[in-house]
Design a protein around this ligand. Structure first.
Ligand SMILES: Cc1cc2nc3c(=O)[nH]c(=O)nc-3n(C[C@H](O)[C@H](O)[C@H](O)COP(=O)(O)O)c2cc1C
Length: 188
C-alpha cells in the first residue's frame, strides 16, 4: 500500500514528531511505501486556496501535491492541536485538495476521484482527552472525520496523545506502542 504521510509541525524534537516517526517506521516495517510531506519544510511553496482555477492549476506545489495524493492508497496526517483545530499550514493543505479529490453531484457526500481507502489521524494536545471529548466534543476529530467522509475515504482512525506537557516516559512508551499496534492492525 502507498501511504501519503503529512506532518504539520515545525517542531521536529517534540512529541508530535516522535508519533510521526513511530507511525512511519511501523508502516515501512509492514512493507508499505511511505511518501512523506513535511509541510513546514515546504512552507514558502504552499499556496492558500483561490477560486481562480487557472491560478491553482498552474501552481507547482498544487500540481505536485495533486499527483502525490492521487497515487496514495492511505493517508497519514500528524499534527499538534492548535486552537481546537489543525495548524494553519495543514488547513491550507486541506483546502488545496478541494481542487481535485472529489466530484460533488448531490446529497451529503461527494464522489471520490482518489483511491484512498483509509486515513490515519494522529494528533497531540496540551489539554486532557476528557476536556476535549466531554466539554468540547472533540472538534478537530469531528471536522477531519467529516472531511474524509465527504471526499469518500471510508475508514478513518483517530488517535490523540493528550496532556503532552505532563507526559511521563512511561506514558510516551504506551502511546508509541498503541500507535505501532494501530498501524499494524489498521493498514493491512
Ligand atoms: C498556536 C497554538 C495553539 C494551541 N492550541 C491548543 C489547543 O487548543 N488545545 C490544546 O490542548 N493545546 C493547544 N496547543 C498546544 C499544542 O497542542 C502542544 O504544544 C503540542 O501538542 C506539542 O507538541 P510538540 O511537543 O510536538 O510540539 C496550542 C499550541 C499552539 C502553539
Amino acid at each position: 500500500m502507498k501511504v501519503y504521510a503529512i506532518f504539520a509541525n515545525d517542531n521536529t524534537k517534540g512529541t508530535t514528531y516522535k508519533i510521526f516517526e513511530q507511525a512511519v517506521a511501523t508502516l515501512k516495517d509492514q512493507g508499505h511505501e511511505v511518501d512523506i510531506l513535511n509541510l513546514y519544510e515546504r512552507e514558502k511553496e504552499i499556496p492558500f486556496f483561490r477560486h481562480d482555477r487557472g491560478h491553482m492549476e498552474s501552481h507547482p506545489f498544487y500540481l505536485e501535491n495533486k499527483e502525490r495524493f492521487l497515487q496514495a492508497d492511505a493517508l497519514l496526517i500528524v499534527f499538534p492541536l492548535f486552537w481546537y483545530s489543525v495548524p494553519g499550514i495543514l488547513k491550507a493543505w486541506l483546502d488545496m485538495i478541494n481542487g481535485w479529490a472529489y466530484k460533488y453531484e448531490t446529497g451529503l457526500h461527494a464522489n471520490p476521484l482518489h483511491k484512498i481507502k483509509k486515513a490515519f489521524i494522529l494528533y497531540s494536545s496540551m489539554q486532557g482527552k476528557e476536556h476535549l471529548e466531554k466539554g468540547l466534543h472533540s472538534p478537530v476529530e469531528n471536522q477531519l472525520c467529516e472531511t474524509c467522509k465527504f471526499i469518500g475515504i471510508p475508514e478513518v482512525e483517530v488517535y490523540l496523545i493528550d496532556n503532552v506537557t505532563k507526559m511521563t516516559p512511561e506514558d510516551m512508551e504506551k502511546h508509541l506502542e498503541n500507535i505501532a499496534k494501530l498501524c499494524k492492525t489498521c493498514v493491512g
